[in-house]
Design a protein around this ligand. Sequence first.
Ligand SMILES: NC(=O)c1ccc[n+]([C@@H]2O[C@H](COP(=O)([O-])OP(=O)(O)OC[C@H]3O[C@@H](n4cnc5c(N)ncnc54)[C@H](O)[C@@H]3O)[C@@H](O)[C@H]2O)c1
Length: 435
Amino acid sequence: MKVTIVGSGYVGLVAGACLAETGNDVVCADVDPRKIARLLESDIPIYEPGLEPLVRRNQLEGRLKFTTDVGAAVAHGKVVFIAVGTPPGEDGSADLQHVLSVARTIGEHMNEPKVVVTKSTVPVGTAERVRGAIRGETRVPFYVCSNPEFLKEGAAIEDFMKPDRVILGVDSDEARDIMADLYAPFVRTGNPVLFMDIPSAEVTKYAANAMLATRISFMNQIADLCERVGADVSMVRKGIGTDRRIGSAFLFPGPGYGGSCFPKDVRALSHTAREMGMEPSLLDAVEAVNDRQKLVLLRMLVHRLGPRLSGRQVAVWGLSFKAETDDMRESPALPLLDGILEAGGSVRAHDPKAMEAAREIYGDRLYYARDPYDAVAGADALVIVTEWLVYRTPDFDRMRSLLTAPLIFDGRNLYDPDRMVRLGFEYHGIGRRRA
Ligand SMILES: NC(=O)c1ccc[n+]([C@@H]2O[C@H](COP(=O)([O-])OP(=O)(O)OC[C@H]3O[C@@H](n4cnc5c(N)ncnc54)[C@H](O)[C@@H]3O)[C@@H](O)[C@H]2O)c1
């Protein structure tokens, strides 16, 4: 099938590469000329495990093309995905200017009946607005479909290739049949393709992210309580996670959720609820707990070292908002780094993949360490923000000898507190008994 993806970021690029891999003839378009120039050279602008060989192979075999000519790309596809960004507006609502501008371009280049698919995360009612924007430009018939994306950065290829489910909001048999064909190769093991009405599909995406964010804020609040009462959140997590009604996934406390999705999607859902006359008190609480949690590592550091960090060096392991991605959007590392710098301290930062992203934000205000040990060399404390595998079993003796003081604040609870004490560290985790 001829497929067009407009927006070649984390979602568009992964979707394009995976749809090409199953034999479709895919054109990915983007307005960012630098991004497209790199992609034309098979130079992948983001880090996503497994993406580079997939793009390269499909490009070489002629099934995956890249262009800045959005109009020509639209003319190519029988199915046109809109996968552009939907950043938060000032009032927390999703900013739809990119989505609607793409919709108008689609209308202008509607050379045959097409299925137009909103893959970006968009508030309920957006597919109708997309339909209206296209209709304003063309008399050619077309169909709309809401197909929210559930991939996780860091495991995006696996998630797209083997989705837990595919959600398709449709209101025509044409869109239903074409989308069923397109997704058939990805659900051969029987995972469901759930067809539903378009508003339900749009709400499903926000409800899923809000639920996941709720679990994180819930566990972060339980972790806070555990610390205060001398309980260990790791045991509590196992204790509740074994209840099948609760399940064990997504119960890890940490430095607060970040990334390009949860923060903005929780806010956008609250905004929609308010517009509908609701008081979204649960969603507001989820966000408030998270805002507080994102400062937890800084608070621990300042509590221990004092509010003035001038002359202090702090090693920070992990800058991306989670492991296996270079994405620093809304990362909990940001308020930590800002806080250390504002308090006059200096930062020795390390991340396996996000150093380039950090450099774009902080320039030469950070020291970019060659490896995790270079980061701790001469530092007064180590703060762990991201759960990269490389930090899980480090050489503790080497770390202790390199740090000026054996002080660790671990935002991901990577180590056993008792063992850390035996190894001679002062170790602070999240929601764990003070060791
Ligand atoms: N990143 C994720 O993990 C994830 C997961 C599920 C859903 N989503 C949603 O998918 C959407 C895209 O997210 P992303 O992370 O891929 O964003 P991104 O910022 O990585 O990519 C968006 C791309 O769209 C391009 N773009 C903007 N306006 C354009 C236009 N008019 N024409 C062509 N290209 C244009 C940008 O240049 C950029 O390359 C968002 O709505 C997001 O909420 C993201």
